[in-house]
Design a protein around this ligand. Structure first.
Ligand code: GDP
Length: 508
């Protein structure tokens, strides 16, 4: 083993959260372009378009080779490595999207200047808030008519209960756009890219706006930002390259380096010598014949080297990582090592599961990867009843990938699948057929939502005698209560104050 002291290279591991069409793909492309990771506009677009062909799952399948590697995009700027983790861009949520946010240290929230905060922005923001993920806001499309900047700032502040601190200011929008004024340096960057000091105190209406900004908004406070209590706001246009460099610079300057990860029995610090990481995503590989999977591991501590043996905490199984996919490797060149904040793709045959911790040190379990309460529950029925075993295997596999959740009712033989969005159901049926040769159909279930149950054994037993018909086990054997609707859930909760009904199940 190489025991020479090394300096840990710094990383910015982040994700972009946004509502569809706000400009995430366009911004991603610009970030990669500025970081030299791609060379022509359009490369990311093509991937985005493929991803969005939502009704045609096979098309997505064919794109798997690309989508595996594009799950993490890496670029460099001024010697700093940025790892951008992709959050799938369709309207429906999968747990995948949520879980990806557990593997980042910060996020960029993209908002359409004409639309403001939209439904999906809000949902993703809530997930970030669960872990106090610091957020930089990019208000996109100022090259078009949009809502007034004050209006947008106030909406972010009140909707998300977040302090906002404007970092630059659009001088006009759409047809009247004259440039972006940097509030700290007091320089104006014009649409042609030139930057020079500017005195806008007599500009109509910006002069007055600047006075109001001084009086009405908090100055940027790095500590509040790091705690997830304040968001610096940049206005710009991903399409026209306005404000994009400022955004990258802000990520470099303010966004946190790899943070310590909560773990049992003690947190994992990026400076720990032992190599420790956790699996936040598992994706089936291109070749359906082999059912290969790639497990995505976020490295939290230590210096990872190709060929290393890591232990799967819990099972103690040793996993030799001979052919890791290291996303920051340039073109053909293979990287030999990785550092905290980096993502490693580990090909395996289903041994690795979302939530697993891998380490070459003393066993520690990284905590805080939530399972989310499904919003749609369906019974799953086989057209060919001899395929029960295959179906069970497939459901367990797909649950492990985070495509669906599966619940095995305590009474009755019909299994229930739970999802957060409709798209997950479409994906489920086509993958059952394509990869497992299982012809299944979905049927309505009497339930609408599910909650993980916790409490002392006596209370749970008492509850079970009354509600057995609505109880199920998830794939890990944890007890789940399925409710007909929100009303019933509330009613049952109120009648059973000794029990906890949680919408998210954290893996121990
Ligand atoms: P995504 O769904 O969030 O990935 O959004 P895209 O990046 O695909 O952008 C959605 C649409 O908005 C596309 O037609 C883009 O060309 C357009 N768009 C993105 N950024 C800008 C911008 O800064 N200005 C304008 N006018 N259009 C933009």
């Amino acid at each position: 083993m190489d025991n020479r002291p090394t300096t840990r290279p710094d990383r910015r591991t982040f994700a972009i959260i946004s509502h569809p069409d706000a400009g995430k793909t366009t911004l991603t492309e610009k970030l990669l372009l500025f970081g030299g990771a791609i060379h022509a506009a359009g490369e990311v677009k093509a991937r985005g378009a493929a991803r969005r062909a939502r009704s045609d799952w096979m098309k997505i399948e064919q794109q798997r080779g690309i989508s595996v590697t594009s799950s993490v995009m890496t670029f460099e700027r001024h010697g700093l490595t940025f790892n951008l983790l992709d959050t799938p861009g369709h309207e429906d949520f999968s747990e995948d999207t949520y879980r990806t946010l557990t593997a980042v240290d910060s996020a960029v929230m993209v908002i359409d200047a004409a639309r403001g905060i939209e439904a999906q922005t809000r949902k993703l923001f809530e997930v970030c808030r669960l872990r106090s993920v610091p957020i930089i806001t990019f208000v996109n499309k100022v090259d078009r008519e949009g809502r007034h900047p004050f209006d947008l700032l106030d909406e972010i502040a009140s909707d998300l209960a977040l302090d906002v601190s404007p970092m630059n200011w659009p001088v006009g929008m759409g047809g009247t756009f004259e440039g972006l004024y940097n509030l700290a340096t007091k320089q104006l960057t014009k649409p042609d890219g030139t930057t020079a000091p500017a005195d806008l105190s007599h500009h109509e209406p910006v002069g007055e706006e600047l006075a109001l900004i001084d009086a009405g908004y908090a100055a940027f406070d790095e500590v509040a930002y790091r705690h997830g209590d304040l968001t610096p706001v940049f206005f710009g246009s991903a399409l026209k390259d306005f404000g994009v460099t400022e955004l990258i610079d802000a990520l470099a300057r303010f966004a946190p380096s790899p943070r310590p990860q909560p773990a049992d029995p003690a947190p994992v610090s990026p400076d720990d010598a032992a190599v420790t990481g956790f699996i936040f995503k598992v994706q089936a590989n291109m070749n359906p014949m082999h059912r290969d999977r790639v497990a995505f591991m976020r490295l939290c501590s230590g210096k990872f080297r190709r060929g290393m043996k890591l232990n799967q905490v819990g099972t103690g199984k040793a996993i030799a990582v001979h052919s890791p996919i290291l996303f920051f490797a340039r073109e053909r060149e293979t990287a030999e090592e990785a550092w905290p904040g980096d993502i490693i793709g580990i090909p395996n045959h289903g041994t690795l599961r979302v939530g697993d911790t891998l380490t070459d040190g003393p066993p520690k379990t990284i905590t805080g990867l939530p399972n989310f309460a499904p919003e749609i529950l369906r019974r799953i029925a086989l057209r060919d009843p001899t395929k029960t075993k295959q179906l069970r295997k497939a459901l367990d596999d797909l649950a492990e990938e985070g495509i669906i959740q599966v619940f095995y009712p305590e009474i009755g033989s019909q299994w229930v699948v739970g999802v957060v969005g409709q798209l997950q159901l479409e994906v489920l049926i086509s993958r059952l057929e394509a990869e497992y040769k299982v012809d299944a159909k979905l049927e309505p279930s009497p339930w609408d939502t599910a909650r993980w149950l916790a409490g002392n054994a006596k209370d749970i037993d008492a509850f079970a005698t009354i509600h057995r018909g609505a109880l199920a086990r998830d794939r890990d054997g944890a007890l789940v209560f399925m409710a007909k609707d929100a009303w019933e859930l509330n009613y049952v909760k109120e009648r059973n104050p000794a029990l906890r009904f949680s919408a998210t199940k954290e893996r121990a």
